[in-house]
Design a protein around this ligand. Structure first.
Ligand code: ARG
Length: 458
């Protein structure tokens, strides 16, 4: 016999290596607060239902509070022999209050217990993640507002396409993050069902009140099916999917920052505090923060793959495989929080270089579409206008001049409908100001979107 909590059925102690190999306390102790919270709610419910006496519930409650204090003070002795956070805490409770501690697990299993703990833990971590997303969004809005008029090239295929405002580009980032926020919010609402009371898989013979514990723990309702309750890890997969999409968004922003900060673009300056130098090349200032954020996405997406593979083909209900769900979740939360926090600090500190942006926009025939649109307004079908402007751009490329640098007579050689007012549309300001509709790049619209977004953020 051994003294493990399941010792009764066993005739020899667990192999030392197996004990170490199957233990999870090294990492799941991170959910100790949630485990205690769940146990206290469970014990209270057993009291209300008459399964435990009021005195027993009281002793359990006091014991659990003391354990929580020990853990917070760093005095709790975690033991591999007690396998996981659940059994460490339960065994300690019995050390402290004696046999009454052994009654806590009445009508409960570690299977519904762990499913409850992870949901509680993840739910509050998502609150923190959503907070960082909003902090980053509000930094983006500050910068976008400051630079609502600043003109830069907009790209497609990383080739100059049309002039846009820097503020407008930043608002595109804002929108990506807005959807990320909603995805987390949505995942949270689906995960907010309480599995406690499903016990091992089939429910329990005790007269439990699952609505009571669900309410006590701030869940919207109990889960509806006991088998599903202990086998479902959808909420974790969903969280990792949302985290992966957010990480991928951060890589797109990172990539742009890295390109913009290069000497060849020189669109922005990243403050020194977010960069590092080279140990050999004295001139270097490397955009480490966006590079690292770009790199860390690999971990997050990797964790999503781990969890998907973990769940693939698992027969119902609980399997020990599921113990492997925690480390990917924990590391994803830590990684994503770090990425969001560094971005939220860094983004408002970005200093754009207006001259370089302007120069780049002037070089790329960015107003060619404006000229085509101008000809359409003068009566030419768009496809023909496209042709005419294509010829003008060809001539510009051949002699190294932008469309705005042609004389009126030169432009009229391409199409007689062109008049002096053409220069209004060929300027960069004319181009962005003309896109003055909902969602367009005009400074007007950028300011309006900033104001609306600020109102939404609150
Ligand atoms: N440490 C386990 C986990 O993380 C707790 C549940 C164990 N249940 C069991 N029947 N072995 O999933």
């Amino acid at each position: 016999n051994n003294d493990a909590l399941w010792g009764g059925r066993f005739s020899e102690a667990t192999d030392a290596f197996v004990q170490e190999f199957t233990a999870s306390v090294q990492f799941d102790q991170r959910m100790a607060g949630e485990d205690i919270r769940g146990s206290r709610a469970h014990a209270r419910m057993l009291g209300v239902q008459g399964v435990l006496t009021a005195d027993e519930v009281n002793q359990i409650d006091e014991g659990l509070k003391q354990i929580e204090a020990e853990i917070q003070a760093g005095e709790f002795e975690w033991s591999i022999a007690r396998e996981d956070v659940h059994m460490n805490i339960e065994a300690r409770l019995t050390d402290l209050i004696g046999d009454v501690g052994k009654k806590l697990h009445t009508g409960r299993s570690r299977n519904d217990q762990v499913a409850t703990d992870i949901r509680l833990w993840l739910r509050s971590q998502i609150d923190a993640i959503k907070g960082q997303i909003q902090r980053l969004q509000s930094g983006i809005l500050t910068l976008a507002d400051e630079h609502a008029d600043l003109i830069m090239p907009g790209f497609t295929h990383l080739q100059t396409a049309q002039p846009v405002t820097f503020g407008h580009h930043l608002l595109a980032w804002y929108e990506m993050l807005d959807r990320d926020y909603q995805r987390f919010d949505d995942a949270q609402s689906r995960m907010n069902r309480c599995p406690l009371g499903a016990a091992a898989l089939a429910g329990t013979t005790f007269p439990i009140d699952r609505h009571f514990t669900a309410r006590e723990l701030g869940f919207d309702a109990p889960t509806r099916n006991s088998l599903d309750s202990v086998s479902d890890r959808d909420f974790a997969m969903e969280f990792l999917s949302a985290a992966s999409i957010t990480s991928i968004h951060l890589t797109r922003m990172s990539e742009e920052l890295i390109i913009w900060a290069s000497a060849q673009f020189n669109f922005i300056d990243l403050p020194d505090r977010f960069c590092t130098g080279s140990s050999i090349m004295p001139q270097k200032k490397n955009p480490d923060v966006p590079e690292l954020v770009r790199g860390k996405s690999g971990r997050v997406v990797g964790h999503l793959m781990s969890l998907l593979m973990l769940m693939k083909s698992q027969p119902l209900a609980y399997n020990k495989d599921n113990q492997e769900d925690k480390e990917p979740l924990f590391d994803t939360v830590d990684t994503l929080m770090g990425c969001l926090m560094s971005f939220a600090d860094m983004v408002p500190a970005i200093v754009p270089n207006a001259d370089a942006m302007r120069e780049a926009t002037l070089k790329g025939f960015a107003t060619a579409t404006d000229l085509a649109d101008y000809l359409v307004r003068k009566g030419l079908p768009f496809r023909d206008a496209h042709d005419v402007v294509g010829a003008a751009v060809g001539a510009g490329v051949a002699n190294g001049r932008d469309l705005a640098e042609f004389s009126l007579a030169e432009l009229q050689a391409f199409d007689a409908r062109i008049e002096a007012d053409v220069f209004d549309v060929l300027t960069l300001e004319g181009s962005v100001n003309a896109r003055d509709h909902f969602g367009g790049t005009a400074p007007n619209q950028v300011r309006r979107q900033v104001a609306e977004a600020r109102a939404r953020l609150g």
